[in-house]
Design a protein around this ligand. Sequence first.
Ligand SMILES: *[C@@H]1O[C@H](CO)[C@@H](O)[C@H](O)[C@H]1NC(C)=O
Ligand SMILES: *[C@@H]1O[C@H](CO)[C@@H](O)[C@H](O)[C@H]1NC(C)=O
Ligand SMILES: *[C@@H]1O[C@H](CO)[C@@H](O)[C@H](O)[C@H]1NC(C)=O
Ligand SMILES: *[C@@H]1O[C@H](CO)[C@@H](O)[C@H](O)[C@H]1NC(C)=O
Length: 438
Amino acid sequence: MALSLQHCLLFSLLTTLLFASSLAETSFRPKALVLPVTKDASTFQYLTQIKQRTPLVTVTLVVDLGGQFLWVDCENNYVSSTYKPARCGSAVCSLAKSGACGDCYAGPKPGCNNNTCGLFPDNTITRTATGGEVAQDVVSVQSTDGSNPGRSVSVSKFIFVCAPTFLLDGLASGATGMAGLGRSNIGLPTQFASAFSFHKKFAICLSGSSSGKGVIFFGDGPYKLLLNTDASQGLIYTPLFINPVSTAGVYSQGEKSVEYFIGVKSIKIDDVAVSINTTLLKIDSNGNGGTKISTVNPYTLLETSIYKAFTNAFIKAAAARNISRVGSVSGFDVCFSSVNVGHTRVGPAVPTIDLILQSSSVYWRIFGANSMVDVGNNVLCLGFKNAGSSPRTSIVIGGYQLEDNLLQFDLATSTLGFSSSLLFRQTTCANFNFTSNV
Ligand SMILES: *[C@@H]1O[C@H](CO)[C@@H](O)[C@H](O)[C@H]1NC(C)=O
Ligand SMILES: *[C@@H]1O[C@H](CO)[C@@H](O)[C@H](O)[C@H]1NC(C)=O
Ligand SMILES: *[C@@H]1O[C@H](CO)[C@@H](O)[C@H](O)[C@H]1NC(C)=O
Ligand SMILES: *[C@@H]1O[C@H](CO)[C@@H](O)[C@H](O)[C@H]1NC(C)=O
């Protein structure tokens, strides 16, 4: 009797333990995910890595903030037992908003199957688009508590698009696709948020350092950077705008852009307004004009008339600080001798650039660390480029201006939170602790 009671207790204890551990295993729901980002020294593209397929392989991808979805080369070396093409008329095709349906005679193989729907992956570096099969496969990334990477979690049917190998031309060496963070149904932020039921928020923190890694977080903060800064705190918020006309290479009528636009109303340099044609700062009904944020442009691009007014104002403000101009160097028109330029925590002491947003008290201030490119020989160049006289978008804020700034995109409220330079807070985007704590 006593024995059997003991037995019984032990048994129930064991089953409780087993049940608890299997529950913990299956019910682990990450609050956020984390990806490392490095800058490729020869192309200035920002690269991340995810694991995909069965068995899992590491896939290197170019980060495309405004990209529509994940696309990878399926033509070369795509081996997976869990690859699943999206059948025409399936829920996946409608979620992906794919109207195109077709057969592929060279298959069956990943990227080439009958009766599947297709989309148009964009190489936004070379502005090349082509058709590709919509598919699903396992994607695995590391979760995070905001301080370190934690255990890996998988999405078993992550939707992506297959591309032919030629679409990789122009991408950094080793990259086999692009990670689109745009606000489409199948962009990475939306798929991760729905797979793990977390807030439709993500943040990017790019590093220009050749040794350190920047970071992308999916989900809400904390976003902890050493030593002990939560970069999700103290952000300045501005509305995100939707461009009514798609900016993709191929799109159908009525499709909106999935890129991130903000409302720059004016620009000030050392507190003096630059005279610009404000019509160019608005997005018109054809989708032209406005300001977007891009990770595929290494430097900010300005429409010609804005570029001229902006550089003239900067040259004047620099002269007022006794900074002398020198000839153009390495593709930059506006360069200065660094001799009279002081050093500050936020880079060289040059005129500040303010992008004025929804009101005069809300602005994105760009300091020397994000405006000046050190080209050597005591020469600093203004890291902004002339986009020509009628670009689709008047201002494209590029990678160099984003480095060591944290940007948090909230898709549910259509709001951007930005930190301005983290160097002020004595940290950088290369300060996430990538040592796993599991
Ligand atoms: C696709 O369908 C065509 C006929 O429409 C057939 O000839 C071909 O074998 C099929 N290919 C595959 C991979 O099933
Ligand atoms: C301002 O830009 C708009 C759009 O390009 C153009 O139509 C208009 O003529 C410009 N205005 C001036 C004063 O240049
Ligand atoms: C610039 O140089 C002039 C002449 O050397 C000097 O008088 C002036 O104070 C300097 N201004 C600044 C801002 O350093
Ligand atoms: C980084 O995280 C690891 C794991 O939690 C920890 O042991 C280490 O002390 C951290 N590094 C710093 C510099 O805080």
